[in-house]
Write a protein that binds this ligand. Structure first.
Ligand code: AN0
Ligand code: CP
Length: 316
């Protein structure tokens, strides 16, 4: 495996989920695979789960791990092509990425959508420079348009908790005070489409996700109707795609609460975290026994380990 960005990069999903089960059961079974191999985790944005779970996964495989916070360490990096570099960024990705590739066997990178340039974001201008110039395999730890390690962990969590062969999974938009990327919902949609689930997305008008993700996916604008009979409620805020990066609503009637959960099939509550309590979800719901957000976060170590393991196997 040379890159991990989309659901197609993982190949056969059933095989990947079976491998996740194996890795979860016996995380140290491959602790020699990464001996004398180095992974670098590069962050342009903050993280708790991704940083810790990816480092832990790499350590389970016996790897050396370097973490680089671009905003604190190293030089500020220019990402645009053809610019006169007379500003505050002394180094271009075009040199930095291949240099890093000489020191490391795998590069993992987190670089969120800028919300300044829709085209550049959706063309994955930054992640693609890593893929093109690294010379080693590249893992997305959330890029402008996708968060595949999250979606893989989410699908695996649903597999673990489902009580029927084809559970009903609902992705619901929920209010938030800041403009958040579409990466998490985009990837969730992408992976749910390939999973064995009945899938519905609900959001206020104006929050339609990019058509390239939503083709063939059902949208129900009435949130309560969407929740009826659901087995999993996956909440997430995102900023508008059409009115790119804008907050169109902070309507608290979209907050996931006990009353809405009552019309579900005693659904499990999921969120990728970090979550704003009593904006996205009420305390009552996230603190209830049906909330599986902590197990979901724990599975980030599993999804990262499957991906890194496959990359190490392809290095050999
Ligand atoms: C980020 C987002 O919504 O994409 C990361 C989530 C994993 N969330 C925030 O910035 C709060
Ligand atoms: N869910 C997730 O990716 O969390 P972090 O932003 O803390 O890494």
């Amino acid at each position: 495996m040379k890159r991990f960005l989309t659901v197609t990069d993982i190949g056969d999903l059933k095989k990947a989920l079976a491998e996740a089960t194996e890795v979860k059961k016996n995380p140290y079974a491959w602790d020699q695979l990464g001996k004398n191999k180095t992974i670098i985790l590069i962050f342009f944005n903050s993280s708790l789960r991704t940083r810790l779970s990816t480092q832990k996964a790499a350590m389970n495989l016996g790897m050396n791990v370097i973490v680089l916070d671009v905003n604190k360490d190293g030089w500020k990096l220019e990402t645009e092509f053809g610019v006169v570099m007379d500003g505050d960024k002394p180094e271009h990705l075009r040199e930095a990425v291949p240099v890093i590739g000489r020191y490391c066997d795998i590069i993992a990178v987190r670089s969120f959508a800028s919300f300044e340039d829709k085209k550049a974001d959706y063309e994955e201008q930054i992640l693609n420079q890593f893929i093109e110039f690294a010379g080693v395999p590249v893992i997305s730890m959330e890029s402008a348009t996708r968060h595949p390690l999250q979606a893989f962990a989410d699908l695996f969590t649903i597999e673990e908790y489902k009580k029927t062969d084809k559970p009903k999974v609902v992705l619901t938009w929920a209010p938030h005070p800041r403009a958040l990327p579409q990466a998490v919902p985009n990837s969730f949609v992408e992976w749910m489409k390939e999973g064995d689930v009945e899938f519905v997305v609900t959001h206020p008008k104006g929050y339609e996700l990019a058509p390239e993700f939503m083709e063939g996916v059902s949208v129900e604008y009435d949130q309560k109707k969407a929740f009826e009979g659901a087995d999993f409620i996956y909440a997430k805020n995102w900023a508008s795609f059409t009115d790119y990066g804008k907050i169109l609503s902070q309507d608290k009637s979209w907050t996931v609460d006990e009353e809405k959960m009552a019309v579900t099939n005693q659904a499990k509550f999921m969120h990728c975290l970090p979550v704003r309590r009593n904006m996205i979800v009420t305390d009552g719901v996230i603190d209830s026994p049906d909330s599986i957000v902590i197990d979901e976060a724990a599975n980030r170590e599993v999804s990262a380990q499957v991906v890194i393991k496959r990359m190490l196997e392809s290095l050999k």
